[in-house]
Design a protein around this ligand. Structure first.
Ligand SMILES: Nc1ncnc2c1ncn2[C@@H]1O[C@H](COP(=O)(O)OP(=O)(O)OP(=O)(O)O)[C@@H](O)[C@H]1O
Ligand SMILES: [Mg+2]
Length: 250
């Protein structure tokens, strides 16, 4: 029941914040993402769902410059970024919350947040305000600023990881399976935060195995199977398509 991609994509270049065009990527001679194309408009939440090994993390890491695209182009606004270093891409305004919410366990919550600001866009004046925004958004972090990050629960660490990315005030926030290993109730809380960020105008690319919930949040959704999009449509419609989700996500 998928809708044609053209009707979902931002129509003019000025509507596009991030454009991924014919991107392939992989490891050594093995390609795991095959000529994937999609775009994110300002303020849009795009969700890509796919089973284990579909290539979701590889695709995200290719956008953030950790992996190299072997074909295709990636544009952030009017800058081509596919050959830039991950550090440069972060500075331009893409922040990735990695799979398994990697935080620095021995460092305090506050130091983790400061580090998030350091790797991102250089705007020292804004960092105090961003820190205030993050601890306001995640009050549990405010209560634990001096605690080492490794002592936080999984859900709290996920919120810290998102907070670290927000400290860079990214134009596009990439989220790699934020639900991983969390109890359903905590997943709902994390997804509520993602919804709030989106409603406040943050452009977000969310990749998830937890298809139904992640698609329900999305303006536009895609199903990735073995490195290719096999379906796309408005997130809410894909979320309701049980046959589709069963076919590709089990
Ligand atoms: N560092 C690596 N070296 C070699 N192959 C890799 C590497 N990382 C991933 N792969 C392979 O690439 C394919 C896609 O993996 P990827 O991690 O991108 O999938 P995913 O959709 O994120 O899966 P998951 O839901 O398990 O996180 C898999 O076949 C995987 O085995
Ligand atoms: Mg992954």
């Amino acid at each position: 029941m998928s809708v044609s991609v053209s009707s979902l994509e931002p129509s003019t270049t000025t509507d596009v914040l991030l454009r991924v065009e014919g991107v392939s990527a992989g490891y050594g001679h093995v390609s795991v993402v095959h000529e994937v194309s999609f775009a994110i408009a300002p303020k849009q939440l795009v969700t890509i769902v796919g089973a284990n090994g579909a290539g979701k993390s590889t695709l995200l890491r290719t956008i953030s410059g950790i992996n190299r695209a072997t074909t295709g182009r990636i544009r952030l606004e009017d800058v081509e970024i596919q050959r830039l270093s991950s550090a440069r891409i972060a500075t331009l305004g893409i922040a990735q919350v990695p799979e398994n919410r990697r935080v620095f366990p021995k460092h305090s919550v506050l130091d983790n947040l400061r580090l998030g600001g350091y790797v991102g866009r250089k705007d020292k004046d804004g960092s105090a305000a961003r820190l205030e925004d993050v601890v306001e958004r995640f009050p549990v972090l405010r209560e634990r600023t001096k605690q080492s990050a490794g002592t936080l629960s999984g859900g709290e660490q996920q919120m810290l990881a998102i907070g670290m990315a927000l400290m860079a005030d990214p134009k596009v926030l990439l989220l790699d399976e934020p639900s991983l290993g969390l109890a359903p109730l905590i997943v709902d809380q994390v997804f509520e935060h993602i919804r709030a960020l989106s409603e406040q105008g943050r452009a977000i690319l969310l990749v998830e195995q937890l298809a139904q919930k992640a698609l329900a949040l999305a303006d536009v959704g895609y199903v990735l199977q073995l490195g290719r999009f096999v379906a796309q449509g408005p997130g809410a419609e894909l979320a309701k398509d049980r046959a589709l989700l069963r076919a590709y996500l089990g």
